[in-house]
Design a protein around this ligand. Structure first.
Ligand SMILES: *[C@@H]1O[C@H](CO)[C@@H](O)[C@H](O)[C@H]1NC(C)=O
Ligand SMILES: *[C@@H]1O[C@H](CO)[C@@H](O)[C@H](O)[C@H]1NC(C)=O
Ligand SMILES: *[C@@H]1O[C@H](CO)[C@@H](O)[C@H](O)[C@H]1NC(C)=O
Ligand SMILES: *[C@@H]1O[C@H](CO)[C@@H](O)[C@H](O)[C@H]1NC(C)=O
Ligand SMILES: *[C@@H]1O[C@H](CO)[C@@H](O)[C@H](O)[C@H]1NC(C)=O
Ligand SMILES: *[C@@H]1O[C@H](CO)[C@@H](O)[C@H](O)[C@H]1NC(C)=O
Length: 510
């Protein structure tokens, strides 16, 4: 048992990024002025602050019956992004993930902590329908947020991006600035987890959360999870801690960014986890800083290549999966040995069975072409499937009345009993009401269980095309209730949608 020492460290001052923030709010700005590091002793566990029990790796327990040996714990690489969702930020994420595959043949998914200023709502819909996790980062990007900022984000993302309320389970505090009250508010609002607390090995392992009123087992929030953010350490060890966008920091106390040095310490920290108790490692990004499509921004290609090199290298190790927080949590809640990962639904990938020819505003670019509403607000015009609001959403009014065009008809918002890709907001109709028209499982059985497979995929077109072939045998033979002709049409639709997406996103790097 380790002591509950209070560790207060400053983030290293990140590189300044000037013009890149024109249409973005960013945690970087704040961390430049210094944020307290708040190590948490329990890597991922039902929230029990400051009890100093190691919980990751050596054995995993949920209901006291399921144990997973350390050698059977997969190595998870969590990928997250924060702030506004725009074409530029999705371009930036895609240049790291779109060409990759996890060991089951699925493109990696990630978590987007979404704030609303400058967010293009339709792209949130698209990102969600593509299988990524959409989470809450407050409406206007404020630290220690009031409840309205947290709950208003839920309401607006549901109304204008069609994200089902039950799918928004996670929160990250802007500036990583939260309090015990924040956690209580989140639990009260039905969130499943918070991910705002930095922690990591080596150096900060199993220390307690330096947070007022959060020791001696308090607060107790049954069913609520704290999802730590895992830091990297450079050659200076505890003195050289890096958390978000580590590639914007200088390494080892140097005065200039050195991508080689950054890559070296990222690999070293990954290996400490990999060879240790398999605590996950995180890539916590503000993607606008690495966007090559944002007008006037010229990120360092060397840095972009370095991050891809890191991911290439990580995927060459055995049992490495690139995932969203939601996917890890699903595994944590029902842990199985790595040899049984093909049974974990959350790690599978699926395609909604919507015919490519169907005109429906549903988060699939091919289907929704020509059906988006442009909401032409002067500070940031955005698009949505669900009808423009009369005014931009605010904390006081997160779901303003709809601006119905003259002679037009109001659009229908997503109801609780239809899922996003099947809801037609123009007709107000759910096109799928039975299990036979729902989703097709595209994941590939990971060989016979226990096969020695790695993620492989170092990029290039081979990886990209592989995710859209029909060679995969889905698990359990489920998901093929439709006649073969319809299945083929769905598949072609998927390929078309993917190509269309890449066209829009201007895929420069794969
Ligand atoms: C907003 O989304 C629309 C529709 O996908 C797209 O055409 C436009 O480029 C996007 N703009 C930004 C800044 O994200
Ligand atoms: C966190 O946010 C609150 C409220 O916005 C602010 O008063 C406080 O100074 C912030 N904390 C830190 C460490 O910056
Ligand atoms: C960058 O870092 C690498 C690895 O630490 C080192 O060998 C190299 O000299 C550094 N380059 C510069 C310009 O400092
Ligand atoms: C963000 O949105 C809020 C609410 O509409 C507004 O008051 C604020 O000025 C916006 N902030 C920025 C930086 O655009
Ligand atoms: C969903 O709910 C609405 C209203 O509650 C109801 O009219 C509709 O039939 C339901 N649809 C399905 C597919 O259950
Ligand atoms: C799996 O493959 C790796 C790399 O080829 C090898 O080092 C390792 O020994 C193999 N493990 C098993 C159990 O075959």
């Amino acid at each position: 048992m380790l002591s509950c020492a209070l560790i207060l460290s400053l983030f290293p001052t990140p590189a300044r990024v000037g013009t890149r923030r024109v249409h973005q709010r960013s945690d970087i700005e704040f961390s430049g002025r210094g944020v307290l590091l708040r190590p948490l002793q329990v890597p991922v566990a039902e929230l029990q602050l400051c009890e100093c029990e190691p919980a990751w790796g050596s054995e995993w327990r949920t209901d006291a019956t399921v144990f997973v040996a350390q050698s059977e714990v997969p190595m998870f690489v969590v990928f997250t992004a924060d702030d506004a969702v725009q074409s530029y930020t999705l371009d930036a994420v895609n240049q790291f993930l779109a060409h990759r595959q996890n060991p089951n043949g699925c493109q990696p998914k990630m978590t987007y902590y979404t704030s609303l200023n400058f967010t293009n709502y339709t792209l949130v819909t698209d990102w969600f329908v593509a299988g990524n996790e959409i989470a809450d980062h407050t409406m206007t990007h404020v630290g220690t947020p009031p409840a309205d900022e947290i709950n208003g984000n839920l309401i607006a993302l549901n109304a204008l991006a069609g994200i089902p309320l039950k799918s928004i389970i996670g929160f990250r505090a802007p500036f990583l600035n939260f309090s015990v009250d924040t956690l209580k508010m989140l639990a009260a609002a039905g969130f499943t987890y918070d991910s705002s607390a930095p922690a990591a090995i080596p150096g900060l392992a199993n220390d307690c959360l330096a947070l007022d009123n959060a020791c001696k087992g308090q607060p107790v929030l049954p069913g609520f999870w704290e999802f730590p953010m895992y830091a990297y350490f450079d050659l200076r060890g505890q003195e050289g801690v890096h958390l978000m966008d580590p590639w914007l920091d200088t390494a080892n106390g140097e005065t200039a960014i050195n991508d080689t040095a950054t890559l070296n310490y990222m690999k070293a920290t990954f290996m400490d986890h990999y060879n240790g108790n398999r605590q996950p490692i995180g890539l916590y990004t503000h993607p606008v800083h690495l966007s090559t499509t944002y007008p006037g921004v010229n990120p360092s290609m060397s840095t972009i290549n370095m991050i891809n090199e890191f991911l290439d290298w990580a995927q060459e190790q055995q049992d490495v999966w690139i995932v969203s927080n939601e996917q890890i949590l699903a595994w944590v809640q029902n842990p199985v040995p790595v040899s049984q990962l093909d049974t974990v639904d959350a790690l599978k990938c699926s395609t909604p069975q919507v015919p490519a020819s169907q005109k429906i505003c549903n988060g699939i670019p091919g289907n929704e072409d020509g059906l988006l509403d442009l909401c032409d607000f002067s500070d940031f015009p955005f698009y949505t499937c669900y009808g423009c609001p009369q005014t931009e959403p605010t904390v006081d009014e997160p779901n303003p009345p709809q601006q119905v065009p003259d002679g037009g008809q109001a659009r229908f918002r997503l109801p609780a009993n239809c899922s996003t890709p099947f809801w037609d907001p123009v007709a107000g109709n759910c096109i799928c009401t039975s299990s036979t028209c729902a989703f097709t499982d595209n994941s590939r059985a990971i060989g016979p269980n226990g096969a020695n497979l790695t993620g492989g995929g170092t990029g290039g077109t081979a990886g990209a095309s592989a995710s859209a072939t029909n060679l995969y045998v889905p698990f359990n033979g489920r998901g093929f209730a439709l006649p073969p002709g319809v299945w083929a049409a769905t598949l072609v639709g998927l390929i078309g949608a993917l190509v269309g997406t890449w066209g829009v996103f201007g895929f420069g790097f794969v």
